[in-house]
Write a new protein. Structure first.
Lengths: 257, 248, 401
């Protein structure tokens, strides 16, 4: 380009564009940086050293709903009776006929009175939550990469990236996900990720009066979960779907789906 | 040398496609979030954002720092497995500002039956009462200290804890039989049921005391020949002892 | 269920059995029913156009250009219900930035863009380019400017250039056929690959979707051709619509056979979900499945076309039968989409209960919105035909008897 050429209109236009580029780049750079900065961890937490899972002992559950209540408070889950990160089901199995299952308000306020009937064969409570599958169908179907498995085995949702298409909610075989009515993104149990990273227990495990829920890591010798898995014949929900759930049930009846 | 002429149509089309693809590539470079793909197919910064959320429940250990005296009693009691926050609510804000933020203390009769109200779905042996009939009008705490909920006195009947069995037995042919007729029950069972266990009968001969051929019992009681009746099964494999007249 | 639930949500008392608490809210409603219906029309209309172009079914000439423009109009509107449905439509561009290749839905952005730009727009452009160039020379004012833009600055309409247009158009149509299959087949895959849902999870789902798409697209072009020709007071080309209806009939036979096969296989295998699915069909989907999809949407139109095509009927009667059949087919295919999308959410994944879909009138998921979205392609088609008239030159004026 000859420098002593008189400035053409085109050249002036290009120069103005060039001057405005830095502001333009800055604008997009702020979008890239994300809206929240990551908090500092107390010590270096290495997620690769952990693989979280949970055990649930159905024999011990009394259906008090304290876990449902604590979860709603801890995670600010919407109050309406159709948004739950964890809930408790009551099964009543008669000697003849279909099993009756109910979960009024997720079991948060306990269950209505149940009369003892002569043909009642078995009746028990089953807590349910996201199974944090090792082979999660919800992660597979997310079109944008907003839900994912962390290196420490927890399935999370990035609420600033989720577009709210609800495909993950359809893909979950366990009904663990819901669409947050205010944020309009998918939401679900996170094993109280913000608590376990600090060495605390998930809220539901913390408050269970009869120690139904056992939290820990199957891979660690010293974890309570390891002992649970050693002493109980465990099953998982819907094993034929090959989702490889990491919530292990001890004493689950055949009717528990 | 003959040069093949490029059809005139190709030029504007090629330009448009090149521009579209270039726009996509540039957009990707600019708009994809910075940490996307670092750890997996997601925005890695999201993990830290989620981990930084505030907590509401302080955890059982946090209460001990100030309230160790209460815990001393509780840790030997039946409520030792109960976290303080189950009854007193989430306490993280109270731990940070103990004088400004106070916790609730459930009184009255509303809260305890959430766990202790009778339901057949609750495991056998879990302490349960009929919330309406059990000392109506009185607050639970007036007899039971929540941090050491020993029963004020041992239950008088087996049915106080074994309600379902008792309710079936009272309408059966075995109604007049005391539980201890068949179940050997040491004294300590009433106050410490999980440690001092009652026994279940082990042989047919026990039932034979009333139902055997030569038994010394009223004639209207049905008799069977213990040797041959039932083959290799014991009596309660087929007959439910608490409601023996059940047809199936 | 506790009493307080009935106070909060009046529909809850209609729930039978047990559903997971999070299932009270149905997530994919009428907007998601609309999307496969619209893309199905696109695929079907395009397949019809390709039958003329590639398989040389010359009698379909009068509807060739109309099919392409119909496909374009519906394709333009197709993403709108999806955008309206998203929780965050402003983030929808993320599907282009970070498409998760394991997710069938992520492929939407690229399949759509490919089909729109590389196939449909290009084919229409190559087909009309000669007219664009001519009209950019002959017309005046705004018209002239528009055609100059549409011709993309090309001016060459020599024999050689036109031959190139013809070859390019043909090549694009050939690529376009599998692309049309992909455009609608992947929607079937989105549903068919969800193992969590036994109503959706089926190997046949993409195939059934595709054939019902072909059926609906052909019927729609038939409808639009008949209506637009009558409005313009021209004669309907009987040879064309006879052939069109015949092809429609064959497509319906294949589609119906596939659906019957799916039904019979499910009943025979009788795996775990058969009880709740049977209950759902008889209690919740009876009208939309048995009445509108099968009887009104498939059997009655098939009978009409058979009668019209192979019976001795006068032409007016034929036209009436074709018209009625085509409308019923639209109702039937819409019901098909409804039964798949909404049906898959009417039963609980616990396989123990059924819920209800609450149809709204107002709001984003309301009937008014859906009606507007369904009307838009016709408005767009009308506007496009002002600039790109697709009418055959051999048309004759309607003669008054």
């Amino acid at each position: 380009m000859k420098t002593n050429e008189p400035k053409t209109a085109r050249r002036e236009f290009l120069e103005t564009c060039g001057k405005s580029i830095p502001k333009w780049v800055l604008f997009f750079a702020t979008i890239r940086a994300g809206t929240l900065s990551a908090a500092e961890e107390p010590e270096a937490y290495d997620p690769k050293q952990h693989d979280y899972a949970m055990g649930i002992d159905i024999h011990k559950c009394i259906g008090c709903g304290r876990c449902v209540n604590a979860c709603k408070i801890e995670n600010k889950v919407p109050e309406e009776p159709y948004y739950f990160r964890t809930w408790v089901e009551r099964y009543v199995i008669p000697s003849e006929g279909d099993a009756q299952v109910d979960s009024p308000n997720g079991g948060r306020d306990g269950f209505p009175e149940l009369k003892t009937e002569p043909d009642m064969l078995r009746t028990f409570f089953v807590p349910k939550l996201c199974n944090q599958c090792a082979n999660p169908p919800c992660v597979q179907v997310c079109p944008v990469g907003a839900t994912f498995s962390t290196q420490d085995g927890v399935v999370l949702v990035d609420e600033t990236y989720c577009v709210g298409c609800r495909y993950c909610i359809q893909a979950c075989p366990y009904g663990a996900r819901y669409l947050h009515p205010v944020k309009k993104v998918a939401d679900k149990c996170t094993f109280c990720y913000h608590r376990i990273r600090k060495g605390l227990l998930p809220a539901c495990v913390e408050v269970c009066p009869t120690q139904v829920r056992v939290f820990g890591e199957a891979g660690h010798q010293s974890s309570p979960l390891r002992r649970f898995l050693r002493f109980n014949d465990v099953t998982v929900l819907k094993p034929s779907l090959n989702t490889d759930p990491k919530v292990y049930y001890a004493g689950a009846d055949r009717e528990v789906r | 040398m003959r040069v093949r002429r490029i059809p005139q149509q190709i030029v504007p089309l090629a330009l448009i496609f090149a521009a579209a693809i270039a726009a996509l590539i540039i957009a990707r470079k600019l708009l994809v979030p910075a940490t996307f793909g670092d750890l997996g197919y997601y925005r890695a910064a999201a993990v830290g954002e989620i981990a930084a959320q505030p907590i509401s429940y302080a955890g059982a250990k946090a209460c001990l720092e100030c309230h160790d005296d209460i815990d001393q009693a509780k840790r030997q009691s039946k409520h030792r497995g109960l976290s303080c926050e189950v009854c007193h609510g989430d306490a993280a804000r109270h731990v940070e500002a103990p004088d400004e933020v106070k916790l609730v203390k459930p009184t009255g009769r509303g809260y305890c039956p959430l766990c202790h109200g009778y339901s057949p779905a609750r495991p056998t042996g879990f302490p349960q009462i009929n919330a309406e009939l059990h000392n109506p009008g009185r607050a639970c705490m007036s007899c039971h200290n929540p941090h050491n909920p020993m029963l004020p006195h041992a239950p008088e009947e087996c049915g106080a804890c074994h309600r379902q069995i008792a309710s079936q037995k009272t309408v059966s042919h075995h109604a007049t039989l005391a539980c201890t007729t068949c179940h050997e029950t040491p004294e300590g069972h009433l106050t410490n049921p999980n440690v001092v266990e009652a026994q279940k009968p082990k042989t047919k001969e026990l039932c034979g005391k009333c139902h055997g051929q030569g038994a010394d019992s009223p004639p209207e009681i049905p008799r069977v020949d213990l040797e041959s009746h039932g083959g290799r099964y014991v009596c309660w494999d087929c007959h439910y002892p608490h409601f023996p007249e059940a047809a199936r | 269920m506790g009493i307080f639930l009935a106070e909060i949500a009046p529909e809850l008392h209609k729930i039978t059995g047990y559903i997971y608490p999070n299932e009270y809210e149905l997530h994919w409603g009428i907007l998601i029913v609309l999307y496969p219906y619209l893309t199905g029309l696109v695929a079907g209309a395009f397949i019809l156009a390709s039958l003329e172009r590639v398989f040389n079914v010359k009698v379909l000439q009068p509807v060739y250009r109309l099919s392409l423009l119909t496909a374009l109009s519906f394709l333009i509107v197709a993403p709108w219900p999806l955008l309206a449905h998203l929780g965050h439509p402003e983030r929808s561009f993320e599907m282009f930035l970070t498409p998760h290749t394991q997710s069938a839905m992520a492929m939407f952005g690229f399949v759509y863009a490919w089909y729109l730009m590389v196939i449909l727009l290009l084919e229409i452009w190559f087909d009309y380019r000669k007219e664009f160039v001519i009209w950019s020379r002959e017309r005046k004012g705004l018209s002239r400017f528009i055609y100059k833009i549409l011709s993309l600055g090309t001016t060459d309409i020599s024999e050689r250039a036109l031959r190139f247009d013809e070859k390019a158009g043909r090549a694009i149509t050939i690529i376009g056929i599998p692309s049309a299959f992909l455009l609608h087949g992947y929607v079937g895959f989105i549903f068919g690959s969800v193992k969590a849902n036994p109503w959706w999870s089926s190997v046949l789902m993409p195939i059934v979707f595709l054939f019902s798409a072909i059926v609906s697209g052909m019927a729609m072009v038939l409808l639009i051709y008949m209506i637009s020709t009558m409005f313009r007071l021209k004669n309907i080309n009987m040879g064309c619509i006879n052939k069109l209806s015949e092809l429609l009939l064959y497509a319906m036979i294949v589609d119906f056979s596939l659906e019957i096969l799916d039904f019979i296989q499910r009943l025979y295998e009788a795996e775990e979900s058969i009880n709740i699915l049977s209950q759902m069909i008889s209690n919740r989907l009876f009208i939309s499945l048995i009445v509108t999809q099968i009887i009104l949407g498939t059997l009655v139109p098939m009978a009409s076309i058979v009668w019209a095509r192979f019976g001795k009927v006068p032409d007016e009667m034929r036209r009436m039968l074709y018209f009625v059949a085509a409308i019923l087919v639209q109702v039937g295919i819409f019901s098909t989409r409804w039964n798949v999308v909404v049906g898959g959410q009417l039963f609980s994944k616990s396989l123990r209960g059924l819920t209800v879909y609450k149809t709204e009138i107002m709001g984003l998921e309301g009937l008014l919105m859906s009606g507007a979205l369904l009307a838009m392609p016709f408005v767009i088609l009308y506007i496009i035909t002002r600039f790109l008239p697709p009418w055959s030159k051999t048309e004759t004026q309607l003669s008054t008897p």
